[in-house]
Design a protein around this ligand. Structure first.
Ligand SMILES: Nc1ncnc2c1ncn2[C@@H]1O[C@H](COP(=O)(O)OP(=O)(O)O)[C@@H](O)[C@H]1O
Ligand SMILES: [Mg+2]
Length: 594
């Protein structure tokens, strides 16, 4: 899909009406029972209020003016009773609406999260964690507020407006007609402000997301910030972002602040005109005092629901802006999925073939070009080369973290693009340089993805990864909780945990991307032994910076600028005196010097 095409469809899907209808059909319809209860409560509220306004007329004409205390008492008690009824109805309406709003948010959070987890890696480069987090939390909160407001204040207020208008018609048709003609004047500013609010709230949410991103990034890399003494600079950059947020917030505040008084001013002008006309009619004797009092009471009571409707529009606009940002995540196309009719990959031995493989990232970087590889089952192949040569990119292709731009990759003769992702990924163990540790116990971390693993198998994996010793030394052993609020492990310890995780997975294809880079020489030797044992009957792809650790590989592929420039055994490559020889000599010299 070209970017322009995407834009065009974008505008259509995220226009006001398509979005409202989507929210209604997809999210609210499931709660139609609760919504109906809320609707009934709102109806009762509106009718009770209109009745109260209506009772003002007999209160004046039949009670107050002629001094009949019995009539006065009856009407006053009825008015109080109606207020109690309205109170009870308001309670139910608020409760049902709020609960629907909360459940809609919960549904959207589920959808957003599960959709995000299935995204290709490139997606996370364009949608940093801070942005995703702010969409997940604050945007959905805004949306919930909008949804509950649309119904609780929107429906109730418009119901009340209709009821009060009905009473006005009953009291005097001409007076009402005059009101109806001049009343729509109040709608003009409402519309204008609505549009502006929506625009600024979008700007505001975007700058908030940028601020959140900056915050999470600098806090996450606080050691870098401090060691490069960038505190002042980062604060300065943060200040710029904070002031962006402030700026757009104030603009939105200004619009909101102007909105209510403008509507009120126009309302007052309308009421003044009505008073002038009614005074004339009472003087003529064609309108009773009671009718006029009831009419005016209705008109005054209208001001609150009308204000509600004005704010409602602002809320809807803010909510739609938030909904759009949520939908953009939910709707982001999944580019790496199972093909229709994809079959399960069956690995007997694990022979891997690359044929004319080219990988171009979405930003235009060609990381690999025309790669041809035939890795026999059970072999260990090492990839070496300068950083940026494309080693990680090559490994990322096997689990289909990225789609290749050209060529074919197959495992045991099956093209990996025609098999299911689940079956494909279950056949490989991956250990990378940056190790992920989850906020769980050590045992759960090793058994990640395999919660049924027995304690014995977890321990033996840890032993094989040379991790058992340090784990047993911890006060809670395998039950020690790691992560945010738990224990912090050293880089090398985390690395061994990740290796244990891969060992436990026991997959026929093993990929190690600088897996031992964080280890000291002593523990690297232990882990290296473990990995060599592990790679024995598996097809193993190793990327290693320290060339001494891959000298045992069956084949060594030397990558440079996305191409395989040399390949062969360690001895053969040394003899060749090419790039591998150069890299090897450089490292040997460095080690001698150390
Ligand atoms: N997600 C990505 N998007 C765009 N370019 C990328 C991405 N990942 C890596 N690259 C680029 O691809 C090239 C190869 O990177 P990489 O495979 O990480 O190299 P190596 O692992 O050999 O150091 C580099 O030029 C790098 O900048
Ligand atoms: Mg790399």
């Amino acid at each position: 899909m070209s970017p322009r095409k995407h834009r065009a469809s974008h505008l259509d899907t995220y226009d006001t009406w398509p979005m409202l209808s989507r929210i209604l059909r997809h999210y609210l319809w499931n709660h139609k029972r609760d919504l109906s209860w809320a609707g009934l409560a709102m109806f009762i509220i509106a009718v009770a209020l209109a009745l109260q306004a209506h009772l003002i007329q007999p209160l004046f004409d039949n009670g107050l003016i002629s001094g009949r205390i019995g009539v006065i008492n009856t009407i006053i008690f009825t008015i109080v009773g109606l207020t109690i009824i309205r109170g009870v109805a308001t309670y139910y309406q608020t409760y049902y609406m709020e609960s629907v709003g909360q459940r809609v948010v919960a549904t959207m959070q589920d959808e957003m999260y599960s959709q995000t987890l299935r995204q290709h890696l490139g997606f996370f480069a364009t949608n940093p964690t801070g942005t995703l987090t702010s969409r997940f939390v604050s945007d959905l909160q805004r949306l919930k507020y909008a949804v509950t407001q649309i119904f609780s204040s929107g429906l109730r207020d418009s119901g009340t407006i209709i009821g009060l208008f009905g009473n006005m018609l009953l009291q005097d048709v001409k007076l009402t007609l005059l009101t109806m003609i001049i009343f729509p004047l109040t709608v003009l500013p409402i519309r204008k402000f609505g549009r502006l609010t929506r625009k600024y709230s979008r700007v505001n949410q975007e700058s908030t997301a940028r601020m959140a991103h900056h915050l999470s990034q600098t806090l996450q890399h606080i050691r870098q910030v401090q060691s490069y003494t960038q505190e002042k600079n980062e604060s300065k950059r943060m200040m710029a972002r904070v002031s962006d947020v402030l700026d757009s917030t104030l603009r939105a505040v200004r619009i909101r602040a102007m909105s209510s008084p403008s509507v009120e001013l126009i309302g007052t002008i309308v009421i003044a005109a009505i008073m002038l006309y009614a005074g004339q009619r009472i003087a003529d004797g064609t309108l009773t005092t009671g009718s006029f009092a009831s009419f005016m009471a209705s008109l005054v009571m209208l001001s609150r629901p009308l204000k509600g409707i004005t704010n409602l529009n602002n809320n809807i606009q803010e909510g739609l802006a938030a909904a759009q940002r949520a939908f953009e995540i939910i709707d982001a196309p999944l580019t790496i999925t199972d093909e229709s009719g994809a079959t399960a990959l069956t690995v007997k031995k694990g022979a891997i073939n690359f044929s004319q493989v080219t990988l171009t990232y979405t930003d235009g970087t060609t990381a690999l070009s025309d790669i041809n590889l035939a890795i026999p089952a059970g072999h260990t192949v090492a990839f070496v080369g300068p950083s940026g040569a494309g080693k990680t990119s090559l490994l990322n292709l096997l689990p289909r973290f990225y789609n290749i731009s050209h060529g074919h990759i197959s495992i045991d003769g099956q093209d990996i693009s025609h098999v299911t992702l689940k079956s494909l990924r279950s056949q490989m163990g991956l250990v990378t340089q940056d190790v992920a540790v989850f906020d769980e116990s050590i045992a759960a971390n090793i058994a990640y993805g395999n919660p049924k693993a027995s304690q014995a198998s977890i321990e033996s994996a840890a032993r094989a990864a040379a991790a058992h010793e340090f784990i047993s030394a911890l006060p809670h052993g395998y039950d020690t909780v790691l992560g945010e609020n738990g224990l912090k492990l050293s880089g090398g310890q985390k690395q061994r945990l990740a290796i244990a995780r891969a060992i436990l997975k026991n997959a026929p294809i093993l990929m190690l991307d600088e897996a031992t880079a964080a280890l000291d020489t002593a523990s690297e030797k232990d882990v290296q032994k473990a990995l060599q044992k592990l790679s024995k009957d598996r097809t193993t792809l190793i990327v290693a910076h320290r060339l001494s650790t891959i000298a045992h590989a069956n084949t060594i592929m030397v990558l440079d600028s996305g191409k395989i420039v040399e390949q062969g055994s360690h001895a053969a490559l040394l003899k060749k005196k090419g790039l591998y020889y150069k890299l090897w000599s450089m490292q040997a010299n460095a080690e001698d010097a150390a």
